[in-house]
Design a protein around this ligand. Sequence first.
Ligand SMILES: *Cc1c(COP(=O)(O)O)cnc(C)c1O
Length: 452
Amino acid sequence: MEKKRYERPIIQKLNSGMLNKFGSATEFAPITEIDGYPVKRIVEKYGSPVFVFSERQIREKYSEVVKAFTTRYPKVKFGWSYKTNYLNAICNIFHQEGSWAEVVSGFEYEKAMYNGVPGNKIIFNGPDKSYEDLQKAIDNNSLIHIDHLDEFYMLSELAENSDKKPRVAIRVNMDTGVYPMWDRFGFNFETGQAWDAINKIMVSGKFNMVGLHCHIGTFMMAPSAYGVAASKLASLFLRIKNKFGHILEYIDLGGGLPSPNNLKGAYLPGTDIVPPVEDFAETIASGLLNSDINPNELPLLIMESGRLLIDEAGYLIGSVIANKRLSTGRRATILDFGVNSLFTSFWYNHKITPAQEMSDYKEDMQLFGPLCMNIDVVRESVILPPLKKGDMVVAQNVGAYNVTQWMQFITMRPNVVLIDMQGEAHLIRKAEKLETLNQMELTPDYLKSFSL
Ligand SMILES: *Cc1c(COP(=O)(O)O)cnc(C)c1O
């Protein structure tokens, strides 16, 4: 039997963290493999830190979520939210599953085209669309979701000189009972802005108005908010039909459904408080089905879920660089990933689990990243067995927003690996190197030399 490692006894100061009556237990069963692939082997092959995605988990989650909607509403489509995770391999898994693309910039639009998504299956959201972006979207019959009147005027100009009628929807913002309200995107429902924009579009005769869109927030914990949104969009749908005799093709309820992550400041872990997807599907379906929309004219329901679909399928493996005691006597463990790679640690308490067998002793500690910056904190307070230099940890629920918001700051971005359905590993994004950066930089000749 292997001799247990000696831990020097210390007098420990108690810190008040986010404890609650259920305790702040962390599971200590180590994560030694992801989809059967040993964590240790991933690190040997691809280095540390390294992002790992499970294709099996992506596909299973997608099926589960789609089923929750298609069993409640007759016509449903999902549009993959590119900004949540736009690695081509990940996008293509969603496209293989039948997802359209939902993009919020010209760059994301081009990425969707590059991946081979047909133009008429690209949903173009966001406040920043240039003339060139809009022209491309018109030429490709994409679904243009107008965010503000200035965009409407640009589109009007382009439509004037085009033989194609742009396929448009408007983004609607509204009071759904969840505050603060996201009223900076789109046209407001309550003040009549949305109805005003609809009239401008319909009366101009230059557009093919095909839908209505909203995206009421992100990490929304209240299914009821979606019920309100669905009813309000249904009322606009009916008003358009009554006034113009025009029947819209779709209603798009956006994304914002939560993943079971632990929001900072939440009393209980995400797995305990996040409502099941069925609750969201139920209230959205009821909002539409129980409206006065004629059953034969029910619009397609589009969903643009991002984090709900990908968060759990993503892992970040890292290693311990060092341990130290802070001036308070508190244990500090420094990891080789920080807020640069795990950007979402700014708002989540990510679950961090050792990747090897550990002692039973546990201690409250703070987890820092490798950056020479005070803000680089992965967990302010977490109870874990003491980790020694070289030990590995696995951060969980990191699939959403990290491999898009990560920073190349002080260190380069690491490798990203996909474990396929057969348990084989594929490198899907190479770690950046100095050359990656230097490729982008231009040094004027007169700055190329110096003597010190
Ligand atoms: C970001 C975004 C989404 C995805 O949001 P999640 O909260 O990740 O589900 C969907 N639609 C629009 C318009 C967005 O901006």
